[in-house]
Design a binder for this molecule. Sequence first.
Ligand code: GRG
Length: 289
Amino acid sequence: MKKKLNKIAKDVNLFLIRFLLKQKHTDLIKPMKYGLLPGGKKIRSKLIVDIGKIFKLRYQNLIQIGAAVECIHAYSLIHDDLPCMDNDSLRRGKLSTHKKFGESTAILAGNSLLIIAYEILSNSNLNLDSKIKIKLINLISKCSGHSGIAGGQYSDLSFEHKKIPLKKIIEMQTKKTGRLFSFCCIAPVIISKKKKYFKEFDKIGSDIGLLFQIADDLIDYSGKTKKVGKKTKKDSKKGKATLISLLGYKKTIKYKNKLKLNIFKKIRKFRNKSNDLKNTINYIANRTK
Ligand code: GRG
């Protein structure tokens, strides 16, 4: 699993480095690269490749779509670390982008990464039919804006120091983290034009996203800053609404394991074609950083 993940991370980074090299050089490229390239696991790209494998899709197209997703993901992390959001000075084991380059530069580098995701998806070297590209762009827009990442982040911040019911916490985490995972799971279905699987992979994606977020909250609860590469034990200090704050540590682990088994049930029918996907889901559920 680690070997395959590293290969995909390397290929995505290589694509991004080449793509950025072809851009007109500007002073924002350096902070953009800083927030985008080193350290990230590229787990979202791994999911795209795993599901692409089920539908026998071209690897290089999947890497290019993964690159676009990683730009949006990096943008969300850069903005998430800002003082007006979660105010974190450490990310991926180094200073967060605003600590290194200043707040205004971090905001602009983040915005530029969001825009570049659309440039990557609409680029003529992405070897897909224009109609499919438009569908991908339309979906990633919905997953990133007010009904997705940004909307989920808004709820996350407004829930701080409040008692929030389980359903609302899950809804918030599904938007904040799950929608981008949904995109990763649906994109290969859109490319393969297998409409009948669309809803199924939408749900699988948001469940994997939720699983990822729960694992992330557990890491915050019990992980060590040095190993994780970002400050841990912040959620309780900030009064974040998480499953741990509501159910406690042990029940949250039970919830996570049940969710994982449910996802496995949904992908069982793909038999050994979904082996890589299954390994990635296990990795997501058990990760410690
Ligand atoms: C509209 C895209 C957009 C963003 C603005 C700031 C913001 C709104 C949203 C924040 C979303 C956010 C940071 C969600 C948390 C998801 C999460 C657990 C990220 C950690 O992802 P990893 O572990 O990171 O995959 P690496 O470093 O491996 O890439």
